[in-house]
Write a protein that binds this ligand. Structure first.
Ligand SMILES: [Zn+2]
Length: 262
């Protein structure tokens, strides 16, 4: 880094105050200083007069302040109730640990029991068709998501809006619900969590069959939430609770969108 700074600028006079010759007072200097001081005090006097006048102007504008603050409170209220999304992502509650069930032998990936059973059945059916589905990520706590969102955003030099296109802010990931799963093709690891996953046998199989196991793609191309296309991210919508989790959240989101259009 030091090499980026031109040689001449590396040692600023500030670093070595003694090297800079200090101006020595001369006989001629004194009257000049008096003149400067006089002009400064006139200028300050003018400023003082101006400041003395100003309170009147402030008082004139003051009555409108309460109206403004009321207006902004109302705006906040309506944006909270009608538009609960954060950078396009909807708020979700974290699944309770006792509702989760592992879908891999080392217990590192879990889904809610109903989703876990459906996924394992689907994985078996795919295997029978010669397709090897591989779970990459299931339930994630809000804490896990904090790391994913903020650490990776910082590592990649992304601002929140950029990061939100590819990752949900904490509290807003479908993975919190225990119903969402990222699926890869074990035969083509290079396509894991990549848009190229759509060219794999696993994705084609999922497109044709996932609905039979009550899984659907959360973020298809051109989705209304404006989240980047994620062919690997699927969610279970096969029971009342999962359906309500996703479709109520979406209705709230769409209400918010309509509100903005009005
Ligand atoms: Zn995902």
């Amino acid at each position: 880094m030091v090499d980026d700074i031109p040689e001449a600028l590396r040692d600023r006079p500030l670093d070595r105050p003694t090297a800079t010759p200090s101006p020595t007072p001369t006989a001629a200097g004194s009257p000049l200083l008096v003149l400067v001081a006089t002009m400064a005090s006139i200028a300050l006097g003018g400023l003082g007069w101006y400041l003395w006048q100003s309170p009147g102007q402030v008082a004139q504008t003051a009555p409108s302040t309460p109206e403004n603050s009321t207006a902004s409170e109302n705006t906040n209220e309506s944006s909270e109730s009608n538009n609960p999304d954060l950078l396009g992502h909807l708020p979700y509650e974290e699944a309770a640990p006792e509702d989760l069930k592992s879908i891999v032998s080392d217990n590192t990936i879990k889904l809610r029991a109903a989703a876990a059973d459906a996924y394992l059945e689907m994985e078996g059916a795919a295997r029978a068709d010669g397709v090897w589905l591989m779970p990459l990520s299931g339930f994630r706590s809000v804490e896990d998501q904090e790391y994913l969102f903020f650490e990776i955003k910082a590592q990649r030099g992304q601002v929140p809006a950029q990061r939100a296109e590819v990752s949900a802010p904490p509290g807003h990931s479908e993975h919190h619900t225990g119903y969402a799963i990222d699926i890869g093709d074990a035969d083509v690891p290079a396509t894991h969590l990549s848009e190229n996953f759509e060219n794999t046998a696993a994705f084609k199989w999922l497109q044709e069959n996932a609905a039979y196991y009550s899984f659907e793609l959360s973020f298809p191309q051109d989705n209304p939430q404006n989240i980047a296309y994620e062919p690997w991210h699927w969610r279970f919508v096969g029971d009342r609770q999962s359906l309500e989790t996703f479709y109520k959240a979406r209705e709230l989101f769409e209400d918010g969108e309509n509100e903005e259009l009005n």
